[in-house]
Design a protein around this ligand. Structure first.
Ligand code: GTQ
Length: 367
């Protein structure tokens, strides 16, 4: 890939050079100028494309997995969402994995832990719970729960509940890309609940207050569950006090209450509210995002394509893709849950953001 720009590689092939490249290849080596423009693009080149996964297309298939395979054999009955260009790494976008998991009442999956950080967002059903290192968290619709890397975790639905479906979000592809992924099955296949049920909420959910006793030495949030009611309440109250971001509307980030930082080291999450008729301005940033519509309906324009979404639909925004969101309703608000790899991107000093039309620096304009 030659480029006729000063400072970029622009070497024409000759018989002598071709022989030289061939010779280098035999020594497991190569000439940088043959690959330089490709491996050092002017701006991020995501291999992922924007995708919308409609819940109405997927729900029956997710439920069918309950009849097709046993939890014992499958481990977890999940339909994962795959980006057309990222099937080889099981990524939904960038280095993020996501899937829809179904579970019947009375079922519990075996306990395990891994290097990937995980989160769930509850889509439907009653009686779901997760156990994280002995902390049992009861889960309802639109609740968001963490299972940070290295923690033992298992998911179940109580016998009195109904069939549950939730979205799993993990950085499995990132862990594999970094070649840091370990996996362990719990020696007893199940954990004991060693703390009072929902203790993390009792200890850490009251805004502005922290427990005076105890210590928390983990790098992830001690508040393991973020319930829908206080989240939605927080957003509607915030909406009274702000015009919000021109790019994101009224958006709040799920945070570690002890640090104000992201919920986990590698993954972050947010909930945003788009007011009736609101339409945001387009921007782009590094980092990959997976959205789920938690309430209402609307559309997004991502890299020039329009995607119409409604409750429970999931869609992705690849790194550096221009995107804007709109609430389709003149009377109801719309809420988008999202998770992202921004804590990783920020920790490495790689976050960059740009409004549409605001091309700073010396780079050529992205298509
Ligand atoms: O429950 O931790 O959808 O390890 C895929 C891999 C869920 C989990 C998934 C996992 C999990």
């Amino acid at each position: 890939m030659r480029e006729d720009i000063i400072g970029r590689a622009n070497v024409e092939d000759t018989d002598e050079l071709r022989a030289y490249y061939h010779e280098l290849e035999r020594h497991e080596a190569g000439a940088l100028w043959t690959v330089a423009n490709a491996i050092e693009p002017w701006f991020p080149q995501s291999a992922s494309v924007p995708v919308l996964w409609r819940y109405r297309d997927l729900r029956d298939h997710v439920l069918r997995s309950l009849d097709l395979v046993s939890p014992e054999k499958a481990g977890r009955r999940v339909v994962y969402l795959s980006n057309p260009n990222r099937r080889d790494v099981a990524a939904a976008v960038g280095w993020l994995y996501t899937g829809l998991q179904a579970k019947n009442p009375g079922e519990v999956a075996s306990s395990h832990r891994h290097s990937a950080s995980a989160l769930r967002f509850i889509m439907e059903g009653r009686g779901a719970y997760t156990i994280v290192d002995g902390h049992k968290l009861t889960l309802g619709r639109n609740d968001f729960v963490l299972t940070p890397n290295g923690t033992w975790h298992e998911h179940g639905v109580s016998a009195e509940g109904t069939t549950c479906i939730w979205q799993d979000g993990l950085d499995i592809p990132l862990m594999n890309a970094l070649e840091t992924n370990f996996y362990e099955v719990h020696p007893d296949l199940a954990q004991k609940v060693t703390y009072p049920v929902d203790d993390s909420s009792h200890l850490y959910r009251t805004p502005g207050l922290r427990p005076s006793t105890g210590t928390w030495s983990h790098a992830y949030s001690p508040l393991l569950k973020y319930e829908w009611e206080p989240t939605y309440d927080g957003l509607t109250r915030y909406a009274k006090a702000t015009d919000g971001s021109p790019f994101d509307g009224v958006m709040m980030e799920y945070m570690n209450p002890l640090t104000g930082g992201p919920v986990m080291q590698t993954l972050g999450a947010s909930m945003q509210l788009l007011r009736p008729g609101e339409r945001t301005k387009a921007h782009r940033h590094t980092g990959s995002i997976l959205y789920q519509c938690a309430k209402g309906s609307g559309w997004s324009v991502i890299a020039g394509r329009r995607f119409d979404w409604q409750e429970r639909d999931i869609f992705c925004v690849p790194s550096w893709a221009l995107h804007e969101h709109a609430n389709a309703s003149p009377s109801d608000d719309a809420c988008l849950f999202a998770f992202n790899d921004l804590p990783t991107i920020r920790a490495l000093g790689l976050y960059r953001e740009e409004a549409f039309g605001d091309h700073g620096g010396h780079q050529p304009i992205a298509p």
